[in-house]
Design a protein around this ligand. Structure first.
Ligand SMILES: Nc1ncnc2c1ncn2[C@@H]1O[C@H](COP(=O)(O)OP(=O)(O)OP(=O)(O)O)[C@@H](O)[C@H]1O
Ligand SMILES: O=P(O)(O)OC[C@@]1(O)O[C@H](CO)[C@@H](O)[C@@H]1O
Length: 304
């Protein structure tokens, strides 16, 4: 089973506005509501790809109720802890540019944190736990590391798509996959990543003997994967980028779906990149058929 954790889920409220004017009255031409948060997105795509998944995390209020109902409609299992406070709404404004306003999220008590850790303790050997997204301010940045340690004890695979202090904290902790984008990797090592060589050098530093695989996505410039056997580069398919929300989450889902189906890291990597681009070229998260179609356009090169 692949479990995902979203500590700070959201309703993603997508607003399309022609020629947005700051400080003026703008009227949206189209609006959409989606269940959001990075872990939830990973679960939604896995489910589209017929991979069994359960979404965990904290949820509450009418917004939390909406998310649970939307996940049920999409046949995504969930087992959230109720915070008794409203889950946030994140605004994604699509005009000539994409702008995002993400809410802060609720306070999570020590008891609620403990309850989530107890759920993680129930994982079995071979399960996957994917943690992705921001950590609410009332929780320690080391919370992901605590979950990773518990996964190691249970022989479950730990996967993280995070940045900043939470990512730094995972260096030296056993993980199956880390997936920063090149900006997040640069920020971690206080540098700017301009080339794939820069990305490879710093991905290896992040891998630091304890991560099995590190993927660094570089938007339209492709992606690299390093592990203890080889270094790979994947191109991205060509297309019109419509939506970056959830593209990074799609890379993680595609990789895991490919890995669970084939046990082959190269194939999983190609599938992850195809899934990322399929979402980037769609209005919402990608559909399975489109991911399969784009997979044919992704070539994985073994660099060393
Ligand atoms: N211009 C593009 N052309 C094709 N694919 C793209 C493009 N931009 C992004 N993608 C796809 O989306 C994936 C993730 O993009 P990116 O590297 O920007 O990660 P991210 O910043 O984590 O994503 P997100 O914007 O969802 O947070 C890429 O690996 C690629 O598959
Ligand atoms: O505020 P966070 O937790 O960093 O990111 C949350 C978020 O922007 O990430 C997802 C896309 O990756 C969206 O569904 C959601 O709104």
């Amino acid at each position: 089973m692949i479990y995902t954790v979203t500590l700070n889920p959201s309703i993603d409220y997508i607003m399309h506005v022609d020629a947005f004017k700051e400080g003026g009255l703008n009227r949206a031409t189209k609006t959409y509501y989606y269940p959001g948060g990075k872990g939830i997105n990973v679960s939604r795509i896995l489910s589209k790809l017929d991979i069994s998944t359960t979404a965990l995390g904290f949820i509450g209020g009418f917004t939390g109720q909406f998310i649970q109902e939307a996940l049920e409609e999409a046949h995504v299992n969930h087992n959230f802890i109720n915070t008794g406070q409203k889950t946030r709404i994140n605004v994604k404004l699509k005009s000539s540019d994409e702008s995002e306003i993400n809410g802060p999220g609720p306070e999570i008590t020590n008891d609620q944190q403990h309850e989530l850790l107890q759920q993680v303790d129930q994982l079995s050997k071979g399960d996957f736990l994917v943690v992705a997204g921001s950590i609410p301010k009332t929780m320690p940045p080391s919370f992901y590391k605590e979950m990773a340690k518990r996964c190691e004890e249970n022989e479950a695979h730990f996967v993280a798509d995070t940045s900043g202090e939470a990512l730094e904290d995972l260096i030296g902790t056993k993980t199956f996959l880390l997936k920063p984008n090149h900006h997040e990797l640069g920020e971690l090592f206080q540098t700017s990543i301009e080339t794939k060589e820069d990305a490879i050098y710093h991905a290896k530093k992040l891998m630091n003997k304890s991560a099995d695989n590190v993927i660094v996505s570089m938007g339209g410039d492709g992606a690299i994967l390093v592990n203890h056997e080889y270094t790979l580069f994947a191109n991205v398919p060509k297309g019109e980028v419509k939506n970056s929300v959830g593209a990074g989450d799609s890379v993680v889902s595609g990789f895991l779906a490919g890995y669970v189906k084939t046990q082959n890291v190269k194939e999983a990597f190609a599938y992850g990149v195809a899934a990322g681009s399929a979402t980037a070229f769609s209005d919402d998260l990608a559909e399975a058929e489109y991911i399969h179609e784009l997979r044919e356009q992704v070539n994985v090169e073994v660099l060393s």
